[in-house]
Unconditional design. Structure first.
Length: 590
């Protein structure tokens, strides 16, 4: 039947006409409805031209190039739009467009933004990776793999070669005393996150080679390893060389132009002070990576961030536990719940006799005087304080673990102790609360105890007395909170993958994606995330609840007041970097 019909010439013309109409119909449908009609946020609908969005203009910067009248905002908001958009986060003037919703009619050509295609993937219900794609730059090997080959040069104190084995986890730990589990434990170096993170990224489920789809762009530069090679005894040009080469390389890539690098992130498993050299003075500490204009646009993930800067974000130090499956984590958590803990509190660390402000002396004195405290004294040379076995055993037998700042605000020890189900006691908000805001609960009293340093310095103050005020029921609830945090605080084995649990890596990547996505939506809407953003108050902005747009006076202001330039007692921050070699030398055994 059909064959005969087709042979009839009139029918054939009819068929051709139908096909033609159908073809154009589908084309229009596809063009306007499927590609064009997508919403980026509920408040704006976009009349868009998909062809233009997809085309890539490596040599042009849309934000700068486009004439404002041609762009997104109505007359009243016509004030150097590109500048305001671009400076959303770094701009501390009250931005004219904050909080204002833009009418649909004002949005003429959203395709100026090269990230539109990537944003649209969020709404593609058929794409499980929509809104989660990560593009990884294919850097020359001198920025990463070559450093591993030359691992002997990575540290003056530690032979890093053994610590870069097993995808960065280091040598496996034998469970001799039954303190660890039988598998998943490694003698991980505290500065190994560069390589652990990069190897975890290789397993990320939504990698893409199409940068126009990317929710964020990862730069696999081993920034921590790089600077560790040159911190001692090298001139500043040697210390800065790789950083300068890196930004030079990045800025030439077409991906840079999408958002001027504001969708880029990289990981350095060291404290931020190693990358914040303020001057060109040879005696100053570290590199100036984090002060380079390009790096100011990127997000740098470090194990200790600066309270006063907006381009770095703290992620957990690595612990010794790197499970390969959910079951390993659950088994560990169960064990930590059931332990009998014989000590009220414990401390592992060395005094800081050179630092009159340090409270470590008081802590050690009190601990020595009471049976309810367990002390592991650290000092140069051999000491149990560096044996993962002794450390984990002590934390597992304590209810509370004291975490005073050392040379810098933060310590790896805080993470080791939480892994052991020990409730951390912090003495400075910069040791955790203003740092790991992606990984720890906002309500710090739900999982930790805060005792301000000045209390400890008071005559007759007793940590024991303070801790005994917490009821056993409360202790139990807090410990349960700590134990439930464990998955988020550890780095899973990069060679396998947890099934359902989200580890420190997953949590960090999601946070970066959320940040870039918020920024993109804000750019489209012509608004800023906050009102009156002042970079020096970064730590306060990081503590805001969702929807809060402005910071005010904070109870922790005294902890973060910056001394005036030239003043002698710069509270532990700048000196932190300089002194970090002591830490490194002390911890060379582990
Ligand atoms: C927009 O701003 C430019 C430069 O500030 C100005 O020349 C122009 O007249 C303004 N356009 C409108 C519609 O306000
Ligand atoms: C990206 O390209 C490389 C090299 O062509 C290939 O090996 C890799 O599998 C690709 N990755 C994805 C996620 O498509
Ligand atoms: C810095 O040190 C490197 C190698 O040690 C040397 O080649 C270079 O000339 C030095 N640069 C300056 C400015 O001193
Ligand atoms: C950083 O971003 C701002 C705003 O997008 C841009 O004006 C500036 O050129 C960028 N810096 C670099 C080095 O790309
Ligand atoms: C924070 O946690 C503590 C202890 O669990 C609880 O008593 C308090 O109500 C919480 N605060 C807020 C604001 O949720």
């Amino acid at each position: 039947m059909e064959k005969e019909n087709a042979k009839n010439p009139r029918n054939r013309i009819y068929l051709l006409t139908t096909l033609c109409v159908l073809f154009w119909g589908l084309l229009f449908y596809f063009h306007f409805v499927l590609l064009g009609g997508n919403l980026v946020s509920e408040s704006i609908s976009l009349r868009s031209n998909p062809i233009k969005i997809e085309s890539f203009h490596p040599s042009s910067d849309p934000l700068v190039q486009n004439n404002p009248t041609n762009a997104l905002i109505s007359n009243e908001a016509n004030k150097s739009i590109s500048k305001d958009f671009v400076d959303t986060e770094v701009n501390n003037e009250r931005t004219l467009m904050s909080n204002r919703k833009i009418n649909v009619g004002d949005i003429e050509k959203p395709h100026e933004f090269m990230f539109m295609k990537a944003l649209r993937t969020i709404d593609d219900k058929n794409d499980p990776c929509g809104g989660k794609y990560i593009y990884v730059h294919d850097l020359p090997s001198r920025f990463n793999d070559d450093m591993l080959k030359e691992c002997k040069s990575l540290s003056l104190w530690t032979n890093m070669c053994k610590f870069t084995t097993n995808a960065g986890l280091g040598p496996p730990l034998e469970n001799v005393d039954g303190v660890f589990s039988n598998t998943g434990w490694y003698a991980t170096n505290q500065f190994a996150v560069d390589v652990i993170f990069n190897n975890r990224m290789k397993q990320y489920e939504c990698l893409t080679n199409d940068s126009s789809l990317a929710a964020a762009i990862f730069v696999p530069f081993y920034a921590g390893f790089d600077i560790a090679r040159y911190l001692w005894g090298y001139n500043i040009s040697t210390r800065d060389a790789a950083s300068l080469e890196l930004v030079d390389w990045l800025m030439k890539r077409p991906e840079w132009k999408i958002m001027n690098g504001r969708d880029h992130f990289l990981v350095a498993g060291r404290i931020t002070w190693d990358f914040r050299r303020l001057t060109e003075n040879e005696n100053d500490w570290g590199s100036k990576l984090l002060f380079l204009p390009a790096a100011k646009n990127m997000s740098m993930l470090v194990v200790e961030s600066s309270p006063w800067n907006a381009n770095d974000f703290a992620i957990p130090y690595p612990t010794y536990f790197h499970p390969a499956s959910d079951a390993d984590v659950f088994a560990w958590q169960d064990r930590m719940r059931k332990l009998k803990r014989e000590y009220l509190f414990s401390f592992a660390g060395a005094p800081r006799p050179d630092n009159p402000k340090s409270i470590r002396g008081q802590i050690i004195d009190e601990c020595k005087k009471t049976k309810v405290c367990k002390l592991l004294e650290c000092d140069f040379g051999e000491s149990k304080c560096h044996s993962p076995d002794s450390i984990m055993k002590m934390f597992q037998s304590s209810l509370f673990c004291l975490q005073p700042q050392g040379d810098s605000y933060t310590r790896r020890s805080a993470f080791d102790s939480m892994l052991a189900g020990c409730i951390p006691v912090f003495f400075h908000p910069g040791s955790a609360y203003t740092q790991y805001t992606w990984h720890l609960p906002k309500n710090y009293s739900s999982y930790s105890v805060f005792i301000p340093e000045k209390d400890v310095r008071k005559n007759g103050f007793s940590i024991e007395k303070r801790l005994r005020e917490i009821s056993p029921e409360q202790v139990k609830i807090m410990r349960e909170t700590v134990i439930n945090l464990i998955p988020k605080l550890i780095y899973a084995d990069p060679r396998s993958k947890l099934e359902t649990l989200r580890d420190a890596f997953d949590t960090s990547v999601q946070a970066v994606i959320d940040k870039v996505t918020r920024l993109r939506k804000n750019i489209i809407e012509g608004r800023t995330e906050y009102d009156n953003f002042i970079e020096e108050n970064s730590w306060k902005f990081a503590l805001l609840e969702e929807g809060q747009r402005e910071v005010g006076v904070h109870e922790w202001d005294p902890f973060f007041s910056k001394p005036k330039e030239g003043e002698a007692d710069f509270d532990s921050s700048v000196d932190a970097g300089k002194n970090s070699w002591k830490n490194e030398q002390r911890s060379r055994a582990t």
